[in-house]
Design a protein around this ligand. Structure first.
Ligand SMILES: Cc1ncc(COP(=O)(O)O)c(C=O)c1O
Length: 408
């Protein structure tokens, strides 16, 4: 039997499914085994029970935007929905032209998708193989790792530098047979920036025959990160991925795009169909044409994030230097223990990466949600637990259940 909608929606957005018993063996693990497990599990609660206790879930675990689509985007969705019986390819052309104009590239250098997750996977499939590896940072967004595993491509995970930027020298030197160098800028999960100088270094020194992929999913949230779109326009071996899931608040509406030279694009899009949801296109166009949206949301996010990271630092918990809607905090204990304890207050924080097993990723929510985070954090660090019963379960199970947010 299916759970009621509200519960299903929540489980979809949280992570996992299994019994409380699964937490115990995890917490008994040590060393690398523990680190691997830490990245595979997360807590879940019954949303109704949590709400009845006055602790409705705060979902700051999946780098979503609690503000959702902008007012202009919602209006555009409403206006276009009655025309949803048509493909509206002309609108798709208009959207691509708008994207191209904003990045100063030719329209044929852009292909839109329902989000950027699929084109990222297709890019890995196109440019890596058992004899052409993937080189990434660690920690970084792991989707490329999983795809590379599936095509049996070797994966080189290069630790971030001490300042949390990508170690482009080490990445370029990792494997002369690399097929793809992946730089997420700002980086998920740290929110850290890779400078233009470092990106230019990577372009110049990457192994012959490889491509440089710049995942700019979070770039609108950063005041300093510089796009590599001009490198694409200049005909370089660069692929850029963009999404409307983050600042634009359209993770559930689904819109993203690839920017690449046509010959590279041909390889990425080889197995794609190109019709998009008309509501996503209308919302995307309205968002792109709203001049205040990016600066307003970016500034609000920056203020809130800096307030939280300054507070955490003053309390003695190191945070990454972030220019994004997420950051990592060293909770000085196994991250799953922290995640579980926070969930007893209805606060869902993000996962850990095996390379940093005591760090947890925190997404910036609303001011009210961040107030709940602070309150729960202080209590958890004082050794307290809240009233909400929590179960730990495997991310894979949740994923099979239809959730992708656990891996956002
Ligand atoms: C760095 C990065 N790239 C790509 C994606 C894919 O997101 P979407 O498919 O919603 O565009 C995500 C999602 O969290 C992400 O963090």
């Amino acid at each position: 039997m299916k759970a009621p909608i509200s519960r299903r929606r929540f489980l979809h957005g949280s992570a996992l499914a299994a019994g409380a018993a699964t937490a115990a063996p995890l917490l008994g693990l040590a060393g690398p085994a523990f680190a691997q497990e830490a990245a595979r599990r997360a807590p879940k609660v019954d949303v109704k029970q949590a709400s009845d206790l006055g602790l409705a879930p705060v979902m700051i675990n999946a780098n979503e935007n609690p503000l959702g689509p902008s007012a202009a985007a919602l209006k555009a969705i409403d206006a276009i929905a009655p025309e949803g019986g048509r493909y509206l390819f002309n609108m798709q052309k208009e959207l691509v032209e708008e994207m191209a104009a904003q990045l100063n590239v030719k329209p044929e250098y852009i292909v839109p998708y329902a989000g950027s997750g699929l084109p990222l996977q297709q890019t890995v499939m196109a440019f890596t193989s058992p004899t052409a590896s993937l080189v990434t940072a660690d920690p970084t967004f792991e989707s490329g790792w999983r795809t590379a595993d599936r095509v049996k491509a070797p994966v080189h995970k290069i630790p971030l530098r001490k300042d949390f930027s990508h170690d482009v020298e080490a990445m370029c030197a990792a494997d002369p047979k690399a097929g793809m160098i992946y730089i997420c800028n700002p980086n998920n999960p740290t929110g850290s920036i890779t400078t233009r100088k470092d990106i230019e270094y990577a372009l110049k020194h990457k192994p012959k025959g490889s491509i440089l992929v710049l995942d700019e999913a979070y770039i609108h949230l950063s005041p300093t990160a510089v796009t590599g779109a001009d490198m694409v326009a200049a005909g370089e071996d660069v692929v850029i991925l963009r999404t409307f899931s983050k600042l634009y608040g359209m993770a559930g509406i689904r819109l993203g795009y690839v920017v690449a030279r046509p010959d590279l694009m041909e390889r990425i899009t080889y197995f794609s169909t190109n019709a998009l949801s008309v509501t996503a296109m209308a919302a995307g166009l309205a968002s792109l044409r709203d001049p205040d949206l990016v600066p307003t949301r970016r500034d609000a996010n920056t203020k809130l994030r800096d307030g939280i990271t300054n507070w955490l630092t003053s309390e003695g918990y190191a945070c990454t230097t972030s220019e994004s809607n997420c950051f990592m905090v060293d909770v000085k204990r196994p991250a799953p223990e922290f995640m579980e304890a926070m969930a007893t207050y209805g606060v869902f924080v993000g996962r850990a990466w095996p390379v940093w097993p005591t760090w947890s990723r925190i997404t910036i929510g609303t001011p009210e949600e961040m107030a709940r985070f602070k309150d729960a954090f202080a209590k958890v660090m004082a050794g307290k637990r809240g009233p909400v019963p929590v179960k730990m379960a495997l991310l894979e199970d949740e994923r099979r259940d239809g959730s992708h947010t656990a891996y956002a």
